[in-house]
Design a protein around this ligand. Structure first.
Ligand code: PEP
Ligand code: MG
Length: 570
């Protein structure tokens, strides 16, 4: 028995025989063509685009595929239809007299490298889509058959070096038990689809292909991030039991869809979703949540050669709002470190990006860009229930400035006779200690507050949330953090302003009773955690939670806090 570690992207347990899948290598010849052959090469290219487009349409029309898969295929279709992409490749063939395969390969390699260089997880998400489209186009042009999944059998565990999003959609009907990859990241499109398919999945497993042989018995523990190869009898029995329990629990959680989220003593809690990309909306709708409590709009900006226009943003926002109406959608204006948008915004490299031009600071430094986003959000407000909130607020002066800018946007739209709702609710994110400490002032200037614990923990404890070397210092239940949460909740109550929580703390089972006990009655969590959170809330008694929270708040060390939390666990 051997145990390997990986990053779990989709929780759950899978048991089955290994099936190693290798994607055939593409042999791209470097050839020089005669100028007379340029037209022929370009014709070949357009034919391949049309054929691949038809194949994708066919898959999109397959209603047995989950909506997420079809949305991602639609993204692939858009990559194919992008005029700039076709023009670039044709130009390469004309100017450099290279074969069409080489031109496609060079173009996509450049795009993918560009995304990867930006060192942002979201770009690897996009780059895998581009790699995927490139591979499929090239295998078509090289007449390479792509039935390398034929050997996958039902209930097997697929093992690959990497997997592209369209490959995940192709294994959808194979009823495999789960899959593992040597590369990959938690938030790649492939991982998102795996999650939506509820397939236990581990990525980034070192030496995976050297350690596993075809037909080895495997266990994926998607909760602990472990891959067990040829488990002994005791381990097998243990996991068979866990698997059975998990199935029962999953079936039970599904029965909560559509039920009101209410504590045992009748307190109604709003339970909403955090989303990053529009493709996730179908999940939100399926889960019948109370809306979107955090739409991280920056993801729309990060894979572009140029900033999305007001119309482009408006159309995306409008579609989301329409699908969820009358439930609210809270748009969070762009929140990234300046380095992430440096290509688009011409921002200098900063030594401490997390303490630099980030979040609202970028928007206030680039007001025309901010106004484009605000106008798009205002325009979308006509189609449903729109709210807007601002990240990285550190002082009430920022809210006052934002209100002036919003006013200008409204006046412009009015003059241009473009419809919008004049009373959309505005909120401040509480994710910096200074914001929590002055939440009384912020509450008086805002319609709602939303606590982003991911950053609040980072900034309160001076610990980089993305640096695993200081992981042990990242302690959400540190008394300092809990006291800031309490202060914010109390100020919200005092000024009659709703306080929501949208950081990851809201979806950690152990913290939920404490948060409820603070009086927070809006939780926004990732769609994959929503039913678990609902289940936990529905088992809580609000009055008891208040009493427990007050006791927890009296503790002076995070160790004692944890003892209390464990004691009170339901
Ligand atoms: C947070 O900081 O808790 C939050 C929700 O925002 P993000 O994770 O996008 O920084
Ligand atoms: Mg944040």
């Amino acid at each position: 028995m051997k145990i390997l570690e990986g990053i779990p992207v989709s929780t759950g347990i899978a048991i089955g025989p290994a099936c190693i899948i290798e994607r055939p290598k593409l042999n791209i010849e470097r050839k020089r063509i005669h100028p007379d052959e340029v037209a022929l090469e370009i014709r070949k290219f357009h034919k391949a685009i049309t054929e691949l487009g038809e194949e994708i349409d066919h898959l999109i029309a397959d209603l047995s595929q989950p909506q997420d898969n079809r949305d991602i295929l639609t993204t692939h279709k858009m990559i194919l239809q992008d005029v700039e992409f076709a023009a670039n490749i044709s130009r390469l063939v004309k100017n450099e007299l290279c074969g069409i395969e080489e031109a496609i390969n060079r173009h996509f390699t450049n795009v993918v490298n560009l995304f990867n260089d930006m060192e942002n997880e979201y770009f690897s998400l996009r780059s895998s889509d581009y790699e995927d489209v490139a591979y499929r186009l090239l295998s078509k042009l090289l007449n390479q058959k792509s039935n390398y999944f034929a050997k996958l059998s039902e209930n097997s565990i697929m093992i690959t070096k990497n997997i592209t999003p369209s490959e995940v959609t192709r294994v959808f009907n194979k009823n495999i038990a789960g899959f593992c990859t040597e590369g990959g990241s938690k938030n790649s499109h492939s991982s998102i689809i795996a999650r939506s398919m509820n397939l236990p999945t581990l990525v980034d497993i070192q030496d995976l292909l050297q350690m596993v042989n075809d037909k080895d018995l495997l266990i994926i523990d998607g909760n602990l991030g472990k891959l067990i190869i040829n488990p002994d009898k005791k381990t097998q029995d243990h996991y068979q039991k866990l698997l059975a329990e998990e199935k029962t629990q999953l079936n039970y959680l599904q029965t909560l869809i559509g039920k009101k989220c209410v504590t045992t003593d009748g307190k109604v809690i709003k339970l909403m979703c955090n989303i990053e990309i529009p493709e996730e909306i179908s999940n939100v709708v399926k889960l019948k949540s109370d809306g979107v409590g955090l739409f991280r709009t920056e993801f729309l900006f990060m894979d572009k050669n140029r900033l999305p226009s007001e119309d482009q943003q408006f159309e995306i926002y409008r579609d989301i709002v329409k699908q969820l109406s009358p439930d609210p959608v809270v748009f969070r204006t762009i929140d990234v470190g300046g380095d992430k948008l440096s290509g688009l915004l011409n921002i200098e490299h900063e030594l401490n990006p997390n303490l630099g031009t980030r979040g609202i600071r970028i928007s206030l430094k680039h007001i025309p860009i901010f106004k484009v986003q605000l106008r798009a959000i205002l325009r979308a407000s006509v189609f449903g229930n729109v709210k807007v909130m601002f990240p990285m607020i550190s002082t009430v002066g920022e809210i006052l400035r934002i209100k002036e800018i919003l006013k200008e946007c409204r006046e412009e739209l009015k003059t241009e006779k473009i419809p919008f709702k004049s009373d959309i609710k505005i909120g401040a994110m509480i994710e910096i200690p200074s914001a929590a400490i002055t939440s009384d002032n912020l509450a008086q200037e805002c319609d709602f507050l939303s606590i982003g614990t991911n950053d609040l923990v980072q900034y309160t404890l001076a610990v980089d949330r993305d640096n695993e070397l200081v992981d042990e210092y990242y302690i959400p239940h540190h008394p300092s953090v809990l006291r800031l949460l309490k202060l914010t909740a109390d100020n919200g109550y005092k000024y009659n302003v709703p306080v929501a929580i949208c950081g990851e703390m809201a979806s950690e089972e152990k913290y939920i009773p404490f948060l409820l006990g603070l009086g927070i009655n809006e939780f926004s969590v990732s769609p994959g955690r929503l039913l678990m959170v609902k289940n936990t809330i529905m088992k809580c008694n609000y009055q008891k939670a208040v009493a427990k929270t007050n006791q927890i708040l009296k503790e002076n060390t995070y160790i004692d806090v944890m003892k209390r939390i464990e004691e009170f666990r339901l």
